[in-house]
Ligand binder design. Structure first.
Ligand code: PLP
Length: 413
């Protein structure tokens, strides 16, 4: 039995296994791919497990900061040991209650998605006698790279349209309780290759320099976003970005000649690149059946434990191990839920499967548990095992319970 099969036998399936050594490797690789002084925000939404997240800040010289977007992610970041003062709070719908919680906990840096969002941040900061450092998230007019998920250049709930800033900026600079500290860009996720990633960053740096030069946008911190790629639920390696650092340095020399002295500060963001490769999802085969000439394997976990966003039209091309066996065949991997949408893979290449076998979905460390339909059909969440140096560090599971003691809205103030 392999080590992971032993863990599946010991703790049951569905089971996530996260290897912290792989998180540390990814963190080192990404810092090495960026210019020396760059900061890196870890997007907690990729995997907020406190031990996984803690590895991203354990090296004091190259520690990630946390990018958070809810009260739950704030709690997860604090539980993982990220100082609140280093967190970046993002998202288009920050409520008064969550802004109060964040500022009360010591968060001082916010990405601003609209003029209304900026006013809400300012009002919350003033309730706490604080001033919030705000990065204007920019929705650029155009963008360059090709990607699987694009979030800029079109009408969007994210960011402030570049072409409206000439008129808006003077009033944005005067919102009480706030100080405009720079800009935030996040135009793409999962870039297709290194060249398109670099092209997008070059474009972003050009737009930021233009905002500084033509509009006088204050720029103390520039978060130029991410797009660092990682296979999701399929075999494959974390990409190498060997040319990114020198390419970025050249672009910085051209647009921000003082960057080597630390002015302004620069940051990138990543979720999937940092943690995607640390995790594997193990599911047990509950049943095998044939239907009209097609093979089905029914697993004990489906979109309730992985790839719940499949229901949003993003069907995953999941592959499983062990594969490549001589007798491999095609089968559909269905989950246990009573919905025709519960598949981990349709007609995928699998070895002959039998009841009691365990299939492994690789590269499932990012957007696993938290991007799944946890409540649908009421099954328990997957168990999450953390290993380091081959040893089990912890075993846990997210539990839901209904609380009948809900305070009235507004009672938080
Ligand atoms: C989701 C998100 C990320 C992380 O994206 P990955 O593709 O996982 O790297 C980073 N920044 C922001 C603002 C996000 O919303």
């Amino acid at each position: 039995m392999t080590r992971y099969a032993e863990l599946a036998a010991e703790y049951g399936t569905p089971l996530y296994v996260y290897d912290l050594d792989r998180v540390a490797e990814a963190r080192r690789a990404l810092f090495a791919a960026l210019p020396e002084s760059f900061e890196l925000y870890y997007a907690m939404k990729a995997n907020p497990h406190p031990e996984v997240a803690a590895v991203l800040r354990e090296d004091p010289d190259r520690a990630c900061r946390a990018e958070i977007s809810s009260t739950g992610e704030l709690a997860a970041a604090l539980a993982a040991g990220f100082p609140a003062g280093d967190c970046l709070y993002t998202g288009p719908g920050k409520t008064a209650a969550e802004l109060d919680a964040a500022i009360g906990a010591g968060v001082r840096t916010f990405s601003v998605e609209s003029p209304g969002d900026l006013r809400h941040i300012g009002a919350a900061a003033r309730r706490h006698g604080a001033v919030a450092d705000c990065l204007l998230r920019i929705n650029s007019v155009s963008a360059s790279a090709s990607t699987s998920i694009r979030m800029t250049g079109a009408p969007s709930q994210f960011g402030i349209d570049r072409e409206t800033l000439d008129e808006l900026l003077p009033e944005l600079l005067r919102v009480p309780g706030t100080r405009i500290a720079g800009a935030h860009f996040f135009p793409l996720s999962n870039a297709k290759d290194e060249a398109s990633l670099l092209a997008e960053f070059e474009h972003t740096l050009a737009v930021a320099a233009e905002l500084r030069d033509t509009l006088g946008l204050p720029v103390r911190l520039l978060d130029i976003g991410g797009g660092f790629a990682m296979p999701y639920g399929v075999p494959g390696e974390r990409p190498r970005y060997d040319k990114l650092r020198s390419g970025l340095e050249a672009a910085l020399d051209a647009r921000f000649p003082d960057w080597r002295e630390g002015t302004p500060r620069f940051a990138c963001e990543s979720g999937r690149y940092l943690v995607g490769g640390c995790g594997e999802l193990l599911c047990g085969v509950v049943n095998v059946k044939e239907s009209r000439g097609r093979g089905f394997a029914i697993l004990d976990g489906g979109i309730n434990v992985f790839g719940g966003m499949a229901g949003l039209g993003r069907l995953l091309p999941v592959a499983v191990r062990p594969s490549g066996a001589e007798a491999s065949r095609r089968a559909t991997l269905a989950g246990p839920l009573c919905t025709p949408g519960d598949f981990l893979g349709r007609e995928v290449e699998v070895p002959p499967l039998a009841e009691g076998d365990v299939v492994a979905v690789p590269n499932a460390g990012a957007y696993g548990v938290t991007a799944s339909l946890l409540m649908f059909l009421g099954r328990p969440a997957a168990t999450e095992v953390v290993v380091r140096g081959g040893e089990v560090v912890s075993v846990s599971r997210i539990e839901h319970r209904r609380n009948f003691d809900v305070p009235r809205a507004g009672a938080h103030r």
